[in-house]
Design a binder for this molecule. Structure first.
Ligand code: SF4
Length: 383
């Protein structure tokens, strides 16, 4: 690292990273408060290149939001609906199976399924969903359900302990759980933006249990709403602590809040500088999580591409159809092609590599066809 390019107040942090020492919460706060974005990026980049070389990965995946019907009404969420609402949707298993089977020849290696906390879908519905998607292709990785969905199943639907619920889901095809729903862990922030949602401890306990069962998951943070910088650091601290304990997180995926169509629409969206600073600080602080993903759906592909020099080593996936951020007002495309992701990575001076759901690099033999996704006819129709 060229210390001459790093402002005096950040040099001790740069020295710690060079010496492979862990930074403190106070250091993380100082990084968040610093205006020296390029220096923060340089420190994050040093850490990223030491860990992941010049590679930048992506996954060929298909998103499916099976329903937006939810018993909660989180203030930041424009996705959820009550059954009576005009924008409520709920897909039949046949429809989901059809869409996944149409995506398989395109080369997807993962299907990613999350939904609202549905009040009436039964245990058998979820198990049949997993079983039938699994039956389409035993090599397709099913990444599904947030920690809060798992708790909802366990407490209100399956009426079983968390561990037994996860075991049952795994027996029927679940490959990994998603990191969504973490928002910001601070209880006061949670009470403001997602009153009634699980606590940080409850969400982390689902991940802990899954990790203890040998499972892997990703972790997230939704920032840029009512939280302070100290709340972000506290959130990262709790993730780093659980990772020290279990080692089960494969990657971290921060999301900037999309306020446009939510009841928090008065909040200004996170700027490009804020988003770059956030990924860079996350990379530097989370020294025990191997991968950092730029979620292009919220960042936009151009900024996600730039973030490859600010600590990020993964551009997430092709996705094929995203609803949660787009219903909140995101104007990014609904999908990316493999060619577009690889082009973005190459243009940023990195070497593209297709990955699996645990960020492992795929060999040419493990890759499937990379045909261009079919746009319109792959849309789901409401059940
Ligand atoms: S964020 Fe999740 S739990 Fe909250 S209202 Fe939206 S769908 Fe429901």
């Amino acid at each position: 690292m060229n210390y001459l390019l790093i402002s005096k107040e950040l040099r001790s942090i740069a020295e710690k990273i060079e010496a492979e020492e862990r930074i403190s919460e106070e250091d993380a706060l100082n990084l968040y408060r610093s205006k020296d974005l390029n220096a923060i990026g340089m420190i994050a980049n040093a850490m990223r290149e030491r860990r992941n070389g010049n590679y930048a990965s992506y996954i060929h995946n298909r998103y499916i939001n099976y329903s937006n019907v939810c018993v909660l009404s989180c203030q930041f969420c424009a996705f959820a609906a009550k059954k009576r609402d005009a924008h409520a949707f709920e897909y039949a298993i046949d429809e989901i199976v059809r869409v996944v089977s149409e995506a398989l020849p395109l080369g997807i290696t993962e299907v990613h399924m999350v939904g609202g906390l549905h009040p009436t879908l039964k245990k058998d519905w979820y198990l049949e969903l997993l079983r039938r998607v699994r039956a389409l292709d035993p090599d397709l990785h099913i990444k599904a359900f947030t920690a809060i969905e798992v708790r909802h199943f366990a407490q209100r639907i399956f009426r079983m302990p968390i561990r037994d619920t996860l075991e049952l889901l795994r027996e029927h095809g679940l490959g990994s759980i998603t990191g969504g729903g973490a928002e910001i862990f601070d209880p006061v922030v949670r009470d403001t933006i997602c009153h009634g949602k699980e606590t940080a401890a409850e969400g982390l306990e689902v991940h802990r249990t899954w990790h203890q069962m040998g499972g892997r998951s990703t972790c997230t943070m939704l920032y840029g709403h009512v939280e302070t910088l100290a709340h972000r650091v506290d959130h990262l601290r709790q993730l780093r602590q659980l990772q020290d304990e279990t080692g089960g997180f494969t990657g971290f995926v921060p999301f900037a809040f999309e306020p446009q169509t939510t009841i928090l629409a008065h909040i200004k969206p996170a700027s490009a500088i804020e988003q770059l600073r956030n990924v860079a600080v996350s990379r530097i602080y989370l020294d025990n999580i191997d991968h950092l993903t730029a979620y292009w759906v919220s960042m936009g592909l151009p900024l996600a591409q730039i973030s490859l020099s600010y600590g990020v080593d993964d551009l997430h996936g092709t996705i094929l159809e995203e609803k949660i951020f787009h219903m909140a007002g995101a104007t990014t495309p609904q999908q990316q092609t493999v060619a577009a992701l690889e082009h973005a990575i190459r243009e940023a001076g990195r070497e593209p590599v297709q990955r699996d759901s645990h960020y492992g690099h795929l060999t040419p033999r493990q890759k499937r066809s990379t045909a261009t996704p079919a746009p319109a006819d792959a849309e789901l129709a409401c059940a």
